[in-house]
Design a protein around this ligand. Structure first.
Ligand code: SF4
Length: 291
C-alpha cells in the first residue's frame, strides 16, 4: 500500500510561498494514497501554467505537453495505456488555448480527471489577463481593466454533456481531497475547476476572498448532484455574482466512458496487446508498404 512518502521526490517546488498550488499538490498525493494507488498506476499530463510543474514535484508517470494540448495528449495516454490519467493545467491552457479540446473531452466522456488550476490570470508568463479573469481585472495586458466577460467553465462543461462537474478551492485542501477521490472513481470525464490563489499576480483574490464567498453545494437544502438544472443554476452563480458554489455540482454514472466503446480496446489497453494482434497496427506490413 503506497504512502505519501512513495510520491515524494527530492525536488522542492519553485512556486511562490503561499501559492495555492501547494494545496492542490498535497491534496493530489493524499487522494492517491487514500484510493490505494501506487505511483505506477497513474499518469499525469500537464500543460502550461505554474501548476503544470506538478508532475515534476511528485513521483509519478508524466508528460509536460504543449500549451493547450493537455487534453488531447491525455486522451491518447488513456486509450493506449489504460492507466488512471490526471491532467493538471492552468485556466489559460484549459479554457483558452485548449478550449476546443475541453469542449470535446466533455462531450466524448473520455475517462480521465481534468484539474484546472483557475487563478484567473496568466501567472507563469507574469500576469496577463486570462479567459477567466473578472471584468475590470487590471493586468499588464489590461492596465485599464479587462473589457472581456469571463468564460464560465462549469456552465460550458455542463452544456457540452460533461458527466462530472466540480469546483474546489485552494483554501480548503480537505475538500479538494474529497473531490479528487470522487473524480478518480468516476467512469468518464471529470472536471475539477480549482479556484487557485495566486499571491503574486492576482492579489485582489487572496485566501480570505474565497473563504468569505465560497459555500458547499451539498449543504444546500434539496441538493441533488444528478439534477442538471440545479447544477447549471449553481454554475451560473459565479462569476455573475459574488457567491462561489463548491463541491460536486453534477454527477451521473449511467453513461459509459468513451473508451468502453472502442472495439480495439476490448482485448485490453493497447500497450498490453501483442503487436501483431493489434487491429490497427501491423508495423511490418506498414513498413513493407512504404519501402
Ligand atoms: Fe503560484 Fe502565482 Fe507564484 Fe505562479 S506566480 S507560483 S500561480 S503564486
Amino acid at each position: 500500500m503506497a504512502t505519501l512518502q512513495d510520491y515524494a521526490v527530492d525536488v522542492r517546488p519553485t512556486w511562490c510561498s503561499g501559492c495555492g498550488n501547494h494545496s492542490t499538490w498535497n491534496a493530489l498525493k493524499r487522494a492517491f494514497v487514500q484510493l490505494g494507488y501506487e505511483p505506477r498506476d497513474l499518469f499525469m499530463v500537464t500543460g502550461v501554467g505554474c501548476c503544470s510543474k506538478m508532475n515534476d514535484y511528485m513521483r509519478i508517470n508524466g508528460i509536460h505537453t504543449l500549451h493547450g494540448r493537455s487534453l488531447a495528449v491525455a486522451a491518447g495516454v488513456r486509450l493506449a495505456s489504460g492507466k488512471k490519467v490526471i491532467t493538471v493545467h492552468g485556466d489559460g491552457d484549459g479554457y483558452g488555448e485548449g478550449g476546443n479540446h475541453f469542449m470535446h473531452a466533455a462531450r466524448r466522456n473520455l475517462g480521465f480527471v481534468d484539474i484546472v488550476e483557475n487563478n484567473q490570470v496568466y501567472a507563469l508568463t507574469r500576469g496577463q489577463v486570462s479567459p477567466t479573469s473578472r471584468l475590470g481585472f487590471r493586468s499588464s495586458t489590461s492596465p485599464g481593466g479587462s473589457l472581456e466577460r469571463p468564460v464560465n467553465p462549469l456552465a460550458l462543461a455542463l452544456s457540452q454533456g460533461a458527466t462530472f462537474v466540480a469546483r474546489g478551492a485552494t483554501h480548503d485542501m480537505m475538500q479538494l481531497v474529497e473531490l479528487i477521490v470522487a473524480a478518480m472513481q468516476h467512469r468518464g470525464y471529470a472536471l475539477i475547476d480549482v479556484m487557485q490563489v495566486c499571491v503574486t499576480y492576482n492579489r485582489a483574490m487572496p485566501y480570505d476572498y474565497y473563504r468569505e464567498r465560497a459555500y458547499k453545494v451539498e449543504e444546500v437544502e434539496g441538493y441533488d448532484a444528478t439534477d442538471w438544472n440545479a447544477a447549471m443554476a449553481f454554475a451560473l452563480e459565479y462569476p455573475a455574482t459574488e457567491r462561489i458554489p463548491t463541491g460536486i455540482l453534477y454527477r451521473r454514472e449511467d453513461l459509459p466512458a468513451y473508451e468502453e466503446g472502442v472495439s480495439a480496446l476490448k482485448a485490453g489497453p493497447l500497450v498490453e496487446q501483442p503487436l501483431r494482434t493489434r487491429p490497427l497496427a501491423d508495423i511490418d506490413l506498414l513498413l513493407r508498404e512504404h519501402m
